[in-house]
Design a protein around this ligand. Structure first.
Ligand code: ADP
Length: 279
């Protein structure tokens, strides 16, 4: 399973990602965590992004994309992943599309956690208060001033991704203000509905790869598919078969009608030809 969680800071992406991780045996890829680790380790990337992160601004696209590209190559990500905090800009989303297409992979969904921003600020304030009470170290960017910058970055650069994925027919929205359990149930329902899964396949059938390579990639994806999605895949396959049958039936009917009519110029192309079925 490959999933994107979209939502402003404090929307609960991390909480939901962790639940999905233990349930589906996939990894959570949080760019925020990766970048914080780089800062802590004092790597060149860390040194570069430290101030940007402390301010609450977004780190450079190229840098974040490179980190994600490396990370999804690792063996533990083969079973699937949840992207939390990535993509955050349209350039990152386009880079992710390319990355996945090159590997012959598709996303299973993009889930938007919709929240009320005023309540969100209170949520973060509570989180800060709770962490302080427990004596846990605070994130430098977990304070009301920086939060405003993070929200600003979300509205300006990340929120447009809602349209990006909606236009592709991949977006599913969940009420992020509901209790954690309820949000988790809503996400599960989205992930297990075959109809919706089918709609979440990328809309573009364009590929720079030759047909043979693409077929091979599809095969290896199938091979790598986690068992947990087997049921869903079965019903999706069933639905696809049904559509194929319908198209074939229509084609025969149209062909018959064309023969019957027989007049010059009346010949019609059988239905389902000349147009590629969506993957
Ligand atoms: P939040 O709690 O605001 O969702 P994250 O933990 O995901 O924050 O990220 C913290 C910071 O790391 C961001 O404010 C930003 O500076 C940087 N960051 C994380 N992911 C990205 C990304 N995909 N692109 C650019 N910057 C990022």
């Amino acid at each position: 399973m490959r999933l994107i969680l979209l939502g402003p800071p404090g929307a609960g992406k991390g909480t939901q990602a962790q639940r999905l991780v233990s349930k589906h045996h996939i990894v959570q890829l949080s760019t925020g965590d990766m970048l914080r680790a780089a800062v802590k380790a004092g790597t060149p990337v860390g040194t570069k992004v430290k101030d940007i992160m402390d301010r609450g601004d977004l780190c450079p696209d190229a840098l974040v994309v490179a980190i994600v590209a490396d990370r999804i190559e690792e063996p533990d990500a083969k079973n699937g992943f949840i992207l939390d905090g990535f993509p955050r800009t349209e350039a990152q989303a386009a880079a992710l599309d390319r990355m996945l297409a090159e590997k012959g992979l598709a996303l299973d969904g993009v889930v938007e956690l919709k929240v009320d921003e005023d309540i969100l600020i209170r949520r973060i304030e509570n989180r800060v208060a709770e962490m302080t009470a427990r004596g846990e170290p605070l994130r430098k960017d977990d304070n009301p001033e920086v939060l405003k910058t993070r929200l600003h970055a979300y509205r300006g650069q990340t929120a447009p991704l809602i349209h990006y994925y909606r236009d592709k027919g991949m977006l599913r929205t969940v009420d992020g203000m509901a209790p954690v359990e309820e949000v988790a149930r809503a996400i599960e329902a989205i992930l297990t509905k075959p109809k919706q899964r089918a709609a979440m396949q990328p809309t573009s059938t364009k590929s720079s790869k030759p047909q043979k390579t693409r077929q091979k990639s599809v095969k290896s994806v199938r091979k790598a598919a986690p068992k947990t999605t087997a049921k869903v895949k079965k019903s999706a396959a069933k639905a696809a078969k049904k559509v194929a049958k319908k198209v074939a039936k229509k084609a025969v009917k149209t062909a018959k009608a064309a023969t019957k009519g027989g007049k010059k110029g009346q010949k019609r192309r059988p239905a389902g030809t000349g147009r590629r079925a969506r993957g």
